[in-house]
Design a protein around this ligand. Structure first.
Ligand code: PEP
Ligand code: MG
Length: 580
């Protein structure tokens, strides 16, 4: 049955393909494909686990004390009946024999399907049987895990599954951590959709790096879709269609082709210098998460890297922090890959929605206001200096700019700079080559924006992280979809802070950039130009669309209008009205 779910559009474009469901959150049982030659063995494993639970339950019934409440034995009876139900057995068998799912995956997929049927039942007694089924299935999964031995834990999380016909694949998940997103980045998916998430969550940010259409906050999608279902993903409208009719599919496929043709037109702007109509040069830089993103940045014709989020190096490292050599090689790969263009590397921004397990110590109730970013680095100076040494060494291979996230206090600035000096001394003592670095601060909290002048006393450049600046100015958790509608880049308070920081930079003749998602939204390009911004940093996939706006704009003439927008009580009403 065709079903339409509305979510939040985070990456534009249309994708049509078959669903690969990563997890519906019910269980973390391993899901992988078995080789066709392993079918008999897998069926035996399934049968063995089921028989073991049957014996267990029968043993419980036999050993039941005479005075035990009758409900208990009735419940165990229900569990036994569910377990021995032929429909369940046949369906699970089908997933193993026909789809080559491992036993755990076959069982959980079928349990979810039956769960949906139970949910739809009118009779409350029958509806409650869903919980019984899940409980008994848990027992079977427990036995399956034991039968897989150590192997179960080592199974890949990545769905290697390919649809039988060679259709594109759409990744469907309840939620994806940034670490999982990194894992799926190379997976060749045509699009992805999640139940949870917000437009500026880090999951969405990595998705933009993947350059595939994406929708988040499509509530319930991972429960409603079945593996292998056709899915239409409209990343422009933020809509997901499950099980579309053939006609719908054809229409969306045609729309996808049109969008691809428009993108092809944009490609003509690649070699064109980003200059406004009145001759103002604008730098368009790339936001990257790893050296693997450099190729896309070069393809987009950027002028450098404006934000390398180094924390993904730390998140990917699972259970240990990357050492100096490993970090040095990663940074050097980016510096060399950019062929002499400036590379801005942000020191690690761990915490809040990018936690390391290790960093969860204390399980802060309010992680966005907790030990994250520069606070995390300053709390562990040895770890921080390991990163700084790696950055200074990479700077020997090309222009490196070091950027510190989330500074709010002047004493944090002093401490961070003191650590840079110490790292330089340590390298000199070791006789290791280091290069000069330009130093910058992220403006991400209102305190920093209000003190832009003082920040400029210490730094060569500032980069405004609008994702966090909006979060902290408006007190909106950027990962909480319940308050997502209040997250507003055009809020007068946000615009006034932006204006203040850009103006301070211009007065002091120092570079100000914006590297939050706002820089990649063509709706804001003219406003930012009018405020005097000349450096924009964004995921590579947005560069040409923003360049198109830059080429059409008259920055000088936009200045007066931009001040009106900033002073306005309803800036959104004016935003679409710039004729230039
Ligand atoms: C920002 O906050 O705008 C930013 C660029 O940093 P991140 O999104 O990584 O927090
Ligand atoms: Mg930030």
């Amino acid at each position: 049955m065709t079903l339409c779910i509305h979510g939040l559009a985070v990456v534009r474009g249309v994708a049509v393909g078959r669903a690969v469901v990563v997890s519906s959150g019910a269980t973390d049982a391993p899901r992988y494909h078995i080789d066709p030659s392993q079918v008999a063995q897998e069926l035996a494993r399934m049968g063995g686990a089921r028989d073991a639970v049957v014996r267990e339950l029968q043993g419980l019934l036999a050993g039941m004390p005479a005075d035990a409440p009758s409900e208990i034995s009735a419940l165990i009876d229900v569990h036994l009946q569910l377990l021995l139900d032929e429909t369940l057995e046949a369906a699970v068998r089908g997933w193993i024999v026909e789809h080559h799912y491992n036993a755990e995956w076959a069982l959980t997929v079928q349990t979810e399907a039956f769960g949906r049927q139970f949910d739809a039942m009118d009779d409350p007694y029958l509806r409650e049987r869903k919980a019984d089924l899940e409980q008994v299935v848990d027992r079977v999964l427990h036995h399956l895990k034991a039968s897989a031995g150590g192997q179960a834990a080592a199974m890949p999380e990545r769905p290697e599954w390919q649809p039988r016909e060679n259709a594109p694949r759409i990744l469907v998940a309840r939620d994806l951590s940034p670490a999982q997103m990194l894992q799926f980045k190379e997976g060749g998916f045509a699009g992805f959709v999640t139940d949870l998430g917000t437009a500026t969550s880090h999951t969405a940010i990595v998705a933009r790096g993947m350059e595939i259409p994406a929708v988040v906050a499509a509530r319930g999608v991972s429960q409603l879709v079945r593996p292998d279902d056709w899915v239409v993903l409209d990343g422009d409208a933020g809509v997901v269609v499950l099980d579309p009719t053939e006609r719908m599919r054809a229409q969306y496929e045609a729309a996808g082709r049109d969008a691809a043709a428009r993108d092809a037109d944009l490609q003509q702007l690649r070699g064109v210098a980003a200059r406004t109509r009145d001759g103002q040069a604008v730098q368009l830089l790339a936001n990257i998460e790893s050296a693997a993103d450099v190729a896309a940045a070069l393809r987009a014709g950027v002028d450098g890297v404006g934000l390398f989020r180094s924390e993904f190096l730390f998140i990917a490292g699972a259970d240990r922090l990357p050492g100096e050599e490993e970090q040095y090689l990663a940074y050097r790969a980016v510096v060399e890959g950019m062929h002499g263009m400036p590379v801005t590397i942000r020191t690690v921004d761990i915490g809040a929605d990018k936690p390391l397990d290790r960093a969860r110590q204390g399980e802060a109730a309010n992680p966005a206001l907790g030990l994250r970013a520069i606070r995390w680095s300053l709390a562990d100076p040895a770890m921080f200096r390991t990163q700084l040494r790696a950055l200074l060494r990479a700077a020997a291979h090309g222009p490196v700019r070091v950027l510190f996230p989330m500074l709010a206090h002047l004493h944090e600035i002093r401490q961070a700079l003191a650590q840079v000096a110490l790292a330089q001394e340590e390298l000199a003592e070791r006789g290791v080559a280091a290069g000069p670095v330009s130093l910058g601060a992220m403006i991400e909290v209102p305190a920093a924006a209000l003190m832009a002048d003082e920040f400029l006393d210490h730094f060569n450049f500032l980069s405004i992280g609008t994702n966090d600046l909006i979060q902290y100015t408006l007190a909106i958790d950027r990962t909480d979809e319940a308050v997502g509608h209040l997250y507003d880049p055009a809020h007068p308070a946000v615009l006034r802070l932006l204006d203040r920081v850009i103006a301070a930079g211009r007065r002091r003749g120092k570079e100000i950039s914006v590297c939050g998602e706002m820089a990649s939204d063509p709706e804001f390009t003219r406003l930012l130009l009018g405020l005097g911004l000349r450096v924009f940093s964004m995921p590579a996939m947005h560069v040409l669309r923003v360049k198109q706006q830059v080429l059409a704009a008259d920055a000088k003439a936009l200045a007066t209008w931009a001040q009106q927008v900033v002073a306005s009580r309803a800036p959104r009403e004016l935003l679409g009205m710039a004729a230039l």
